[in-house]
Design a protein around this ligand. Structure first.
Ligand code: G3P
Ligand code: MG
Length: 260
């Protein structure tokens, strides 16, 4: 069964629920859905035993009660970590989620998911491949249950990870089911078109604060959708939309709920 293709809403919740919930948490997905947000972004990295887990940093200290590097701990240990208390005591007990749990929640909540492949240094190819394999398995699970998967999009700063994800998704998905891909950049490079072609990426994601008008004009002229992170000011968002930016990633989804 074909998955619906990716279409950008204007607002994408950054790290699941933005600033309203612990970042990259299942609780954040519920918050986004409750506010009427239609798409979320989250970061995925591998545990020591190659389980994709939702986390932004290579180390555990900032967002959990764990210590050390994500890539040094097996999933069995990571999944017991509390990722809620650092945000607010109301979220104490929130556990570090894996990719499958996140996809199940997105599916149940009807949230399109931008999976940002966030490899720890040195794990680029493996992370791209494993994430794509897990997504293919999830798509097969949905198909077996007779349901369409919610729209899915891969993105990464790592071109190696994107390339590996492309190969694995093409090998694992049913015809037409491989998620679309976006190249994620800080400043959009001058050779962005060559890079998109080489990686067979359809979309660009870039830092809103490093966006140059000339580059945006090129991107628009080429008819390529550009989504910008991280935009928490509605005035800046309107300026970006007026200039031709397709979507924004925001931590303040509460400010955008009505326009999502
Ligand atoms: O995917 C957009 C944005 O999440 C990229 O930056 O560091 O928040 O993952 P970061
Ligand atoms: Mg991210």
């Amino acid at each position: 069964m074909m998955s619906p293709s990716w279409h950008y809403p204007r607002i994408i919740a950054h790290r699941c629920g933005g600033a309203l919930a612990p970042e990259n948490s299942l609780a954040g997905l519920a918050v986004a859905a409750r506010l009427g947000i239609r798409a979320v972004e989250f970061d995925v990295m591998l545990s020591a035993d190659a389980v994709p887990v939702l986390i932004h940093d290579e180390t555990l200290e900032r967002t959990s009660n764990g210590q050390g590097r994500v890539a040094d701990w097996p999933y069995e240990r990571l999944r017991r970590l509390d990722v809620g208390r650092h945000h607010h005591r109301a979220f104490a007990g929130e556990r570090l989620a894996d990719l499958h749990q996140a996809l199940i929640h997105c599916q149940a909540l009807g949230l399109a998911a931008n999976i940002e492949i966030k490899p720890a240094a040195g794990h680029e190819r493996q992370t791209g491949r494993v994430v794509a394999e897990w997504v293919s398995a999830f798509q097969r699970e949905c198909a077996a249950a007779g349901s369409q998967t919610v729209p899915l999009l891969f993105s990464s700063f790592s071109e190696e990870a994107l390339e590996a994800a492309r190969l694995a998704a093409d090998a694992g998905a049913g015809a037409g089911d491989a998620p679309a891909r976006a190249l994620l950049c800080e400043e959009i490079p001058a050779d962005w078109q060559t890079r998109l072609q080489r990686l067979d990426c359809r979309y660009l994601h870039g830092d809103a604060h490093r966006l140059q008008a000339g580059r945006l004009a090129e991107i628009q002229a080429a008819g390529v959708a550009l989504a910008c992170y991280t935009v928490n000011d509605p005035v800046q968002a309107e300026q970006l939309f007026a200039a031709g930016v397709t979507a924004i990633f925001s931590d303040r989804i509460d400010l955008f709920a009505a326009t999502a």
